[in-house]
Design a protein around this ligand. Structure first.
Ligand SMILES: [Ca+2]
Length: 381
């Protein structure tokens, strides 16, 4: 192909991509501004590149910071202190300290679970999940003791993206881990890798005998569902159903209802397409793969996910809330049986990294990046 033709193609392509990226997004345009929002947003504290938060029984918070800190913060007193004994993390890109979750019997056993990116051999990295006993001291600080790595992504690969590593305990005491595909595509369909999967483990990291691929040996025996791209949010609803949000490629962000043994099709199908322009067939072309319940194009870039059951916002009991990174929003999803739809979007003016429900039913958000705010959302008086 002559050079001038290549140039012409490139010139023709750039405006097309630009137009696509800037195309009107009615949902974004309809996002409710602060004055229209039914909640008051209060800044409670600031953190440096926070990734996740977990409430302790006394109403204080554990907050992970991506560069490798675990902070204990008490919103009541404003006191903050560092927890020592955290692992060395592979900080960079999307990697670093990840999630933190309490064991369902934390009040009795003091066990916390946390995920992080770790270095491998050569230029490789992967997510790891560990558990340890949290020992708080009188000053609000403390340490992690008896730390034990209970799970690792395999194989470790190059790059700094798509670790996933969201942690969630179910009512049955099982530990759920989102293991994203590390931007390597095909491992999401490869049962010799645990990348691009949702993982289900016992609380000590062993594999439950009733997992769908238990007979296939490791690591397939860890897998609950496959064909996932980058899952940053997981939550159970009141009926015990597992929902997960998933970052699509160029277009096609998803909210999925997770089925035992389900294949969600990535990278063979997606309602988005590859960033380099190569198309990916849409979900409706391959009904054997589980299709998303909600699909977003333009994308919202979903981060964490909660399903609200608190007292402060009774009108939202049963709704899901998703933090939006590129959309700088909080997205409310309403359910109708097995169906789901975006019901409302709130313009938060910043990338939202984490969403949690506090003990009193307030919604708590962590912004993304340096000097990120911890926000408390309470009903507008
Ligand atoms: Ca597609």
């Amino acid at each position: 192909m002559p050079r001038s033709m290549l140039l012409g193609l490139a010139l023709g392509l750039v405006p097309a991509l630009f137009t696509a990226a800037c195309a009107a997004d009615p949902a974004a345009e309809a996002a409710l501004k602060p004055a229209q929002q039914p909640f008051t947003t209060t800044e409670v504290a600031r953190f440096d590149e926070p990734w996740a938060m977990a409430f302790l029984p006394d109403g204080s918070l554990l907050v992970t910071e991506k560069a490798g800190k675990l902070v204990h913060f008490d919103p009541a007193s404003g006191k903050r202190a560092e927890i020592t004994g955290v692992p060395q993390v592979a900080y960079g890109g999307q990697g670093g300290f990840g999630d933190v979750a309490l064991h369902p019997h934390f009040a009795d056993n003091g066990l916390v679970y946390y995920s992080y990116a770790e270095e491998g051999e050569g230029d490789t990295r992967g997510a790891a999940v560990a558990r340890a006993k949290l020992q708080l001291d009188a000053d609000g600080g403390g340490k992690l003791v008896d730390a034990q790595v209970i799970w690792r992504q395999t194989p470790k690969v190059s790059g700094n993206g798509h670790y996933g590593h969201r942690l969630l305990f179910g009512a049955d005491g099982k530990l759920w881990i989102s293991s994203s595909e590390r931007q390597k595509f095909d491992p999401a369909q490869d049962m010799k890798a645990n990348l691009g999967k949702i993982i289900r483990l016992n609380d000590d990291g062993s594999v439950p005998a009733d997992n769908p691929f238990a007979a296939q040996g490791s690591p397939a025996d860890q897998v609950w569902s496959l064909g996932h791209r980058n899952i940053l949010g997981m939550a159970f609803d009141a009926q015990g159903r597992l929902w997960a949000d998933e970052m699509g490629p160029k277009g096609g962000d998803e909210l999925n209802l997770i089925q035992r043994g389900g294949n969600y099709g990535y990278p063979l199908v997606s309602n988005g397409d590859h960033y380099d322009g190569r198309p990916i067939p849409d979900h409706d072309t391959r009904p054997e793969f589980v299709a998303p319940k909600v699909s977003w194009t333009p994308v919202i870039s979903p981060s964490s996910l909660v399903i609200y059951d608190g007292a402060l916002f009774p009108q939202w009991r049963g709704s899901a809330f998703i933090g939006g990174l590129s959309s700088q929003s909080l997205v409310r999803v309403a359910f109708d049986g097995d169906d789901a739809r975006e019901a409302e979007r709130f313009d938060m003016g910043q990338r939202i990294r984490a969403v949690a429900q506090g003990p009193d039913g307030a919604l708590w958000l962590l912004e993304d990046g340096s000097k990120a705010r911890l926000l408390k959302l309470t009903p507008r008086p």
